[in-house]
Design a protein around this ligand. Structure first.
Ligand code: F6R
Length: 362
């Protein structure tokens, strides 16, 4: 079950996304962002750009992969998704353009009929995502017909990136970007598949307005079906669906979604980024942090470990060795994150235990 958050407006949704992604980038400077075009994510990108600027976050290593692109439009066309992603994301955030990719980049206006070029582009794109380490957080809009990316109804829920035919519904919806002339809207696209999207570690789907209400209800509370490709999100271990009141209007369980968001524990952000962090403890403080010795409050632990790390010059702490006492490298996550402390496996750095608010939660 995805988490459903009902917000007042797009700005509030944008702030949730912006905060979450900003924290991700701080924890993982080479984070891989999955990007979408369309109107739904615009406030989210603006919110993120504002936080990046205000908090002087270094985004030089951030990588990006867009969901989809029209076939047949040159990259320079103002409505190509290449141009749109660069205008709405790369420039406002100050990302390195060379690190941001759109599925049609290699096509650049290539005709649909050029099978040799067009057919291989999807698999190459999926391989590039894998090579970058996979997508950390994928932002999604949803079509009125339940599409995500351009996976139209009937799309395989296991699909990889490939060429698809746009439905007439989608072409009518998108004609607003082409002088309201459906004839200017391309008939085909290349899109990340549902299988590709499902590999992202966190999905954030945004939907606003009454026009999305039916698709949102199908996605969240309908059966899982390729008839509503977004319903595959029900199978994702970490999906967040952020909607305004109008888009939520057809949800049967909305009181519960509201209640559970209001009662969410403070430590549980929408995106708890539990990632291996640098070793901090090899000395006496590590002794206190041994499993079974966590009697302090979250604030006390965080304050003590932070102070100890800052005092590393006294030789009590090292940054490059596993803890000789517990035989486990110790990671500290900044206060305010979902996890305060991580104990990772010394060999693989896989997270073994996580403490939140002074108690072990996994
Ligand atoms: C865009 C995309 C599409 C849109 C969807 C909603 O990259 O993949 O799935 O997210 O068509 O569009 P908007 O947000 O304009 O309502």
């Amino acid at each position: 079950m995805a988490e459903v958050i009902i917000v007042k407006n797009q700005e509030e949704a944008g702030e949730l996304y912006g905060r979450s992604v900003a924290d991700l980038i701080k924890a993982k400077p080479n984070a891989v962002l999955g990007l979408a075009t369309g109107s739904s994510p615009l406030a989210a990108y603006q919110a993120l750009a504002k936080i990046v600027e205000e908090e002087s976050i270094d985004v030089s290593q951030v990588q990006g992969f867009a969901l989809d692109e029209y076939i047949g439009l040159p990259l320079t066309h103002p409505e190509s998704y290449h141009a749109t992603i660069h205008r709405t994301v790369v420039e406002p955030l100050g990302l390195d353009p060379a690190k941001v990719h759109v599925p049609g980049d290699v096509l650049n206006g290539t005709s649909l009929e050029d099978g040799e070029k067009v057919a291989g582009a999807g698999a190459a794109y999926d391989a590039a995502i894998e090579a970058a380490g996979g997508i950390d957080v994928q932002i999604l809009g949803i079509g009125t017909d339940g599409h995500v990316g351009f996976n139209e109804p009937g799309s395989s829920l296991a699909s990889g990136t490939r060429v698809k035919t746009l439905t007439e519904r989608t072409r009518i919806d998108n004609a607003r970007f082409f002088d309201n002339d459906i004839n200017q809207v391309p008939t085909h696209c290349i899109t990340q598949g549902i299988g590709t999207i499902m590999k992202a570690r966190h999905l954030v789907l945004l939907a606003f307005g009454a026009g999305k209400a039916e698709a949102v209800a199908e996605t969240v509370e309908g059966g899982i079906s390729s008839f509503c490709p977004a319903s595959a999100l029900q199978m994702h271990p970490h999906a967040t669906i952020i909607v305004d009141e109008e888009a939520a209007s057809r949800l049967r369980n909305k009181d519960y979604y509201r209640y559970s968001f209001e009662h969410k524990p403070a430590w549980q952000t929408i995106c708890p980024h539990v990632v291996p962090v640098p070793f901090v403890g090899t000395g006496t403080t590590a002794l206190h942090l041994k499993e079974g010795n966590m009697t302090e409050t979250r604030e006390q632990v965080v304050a003590r470990v932070t102070a100890a790390v800052e005092g590393a010059a006294d030789g009590a702490f090292g940054f490059d060795r596993p803890n000789p006492v517990t035989d486990a490298p110790l990671g500290l996550v900044a206060p305010g994150r979902a996890a305060d402390l991580l104990i990772a496996d010394p060999g693989t750095l896989a997270v073994k235990h996580v403490w939140c608010a002074g108690r072990r939660v996994s």
